[in-house]
Ligand binder design. Sequence first.
Ligand code: BEZ
Length: 234
Amino acid sequence: METLTVSMPRIGDIAPDFKAVTTQGEINFPSDYKGSWVILFSHPADFTPVCTSEFMTFAHMEKQFEEANCKLVGLSVDGLYSHIAWLRTIKEKIEYKGMKNVEVTFPLIEDITMEVAKKYGMIQPGESSTKAVRAVFVIDPKGIIRTIIYYPLSLGRNFDELYRVVIALQTADAFNIATPADWRPGDDVIVPPAVSCGTAKDRMEGKEDMKCYDWFFCTKEISKEKVLKTILKK
Ligand code: BEZ
């Protein structure tokens, strides 16, 4: 019996490189995406309902991601002609939650050999050894993996959350801050922790322009306008 070698890239790793055939032509990953954020995501199979709802939603939001300098790249272990036929069906026939005539213009990788899926740990044999799970890799403009999220076959992703992740990562980079639970642009952000007793004391005495719940947990305001103006392309 053949053993499946599954490698799992980790947060902070350079995104493993590959060359692939897609519905938008050949791509070299991640080098073709240098300078952009990119979401590389897998789905189990073409012509399946959860995946169809996901592709329609993602395609519908593509402009929003583009404005955040984030490109989308999909993958399943189906072949190119299946991908093309499925995307044509979505555009021509499927009306779902007010979305219709939806054209998927981001690349969808054919990966019949599972070469890419195996490299990215998208095949999780306990769930399925013939289909990729719903993996999401958020990769920064330097090609570093910044976030990894996995969902099982039966669970459609929350694309508002994926957008929030991209914006939060970009905000953390731009302002040298961290983002608290459920953060959205306009909410207070977390400042780096005090690294000396003096700073801790100053913060607790209100000498810095921030709100401190304790010396190690301080937040400050950054307006929604400032976040969005810094991050979004005009
Ligand atoms: C779906 O996309 O509907 C699906 C795909 C594989 C397994 C279960 C559901």
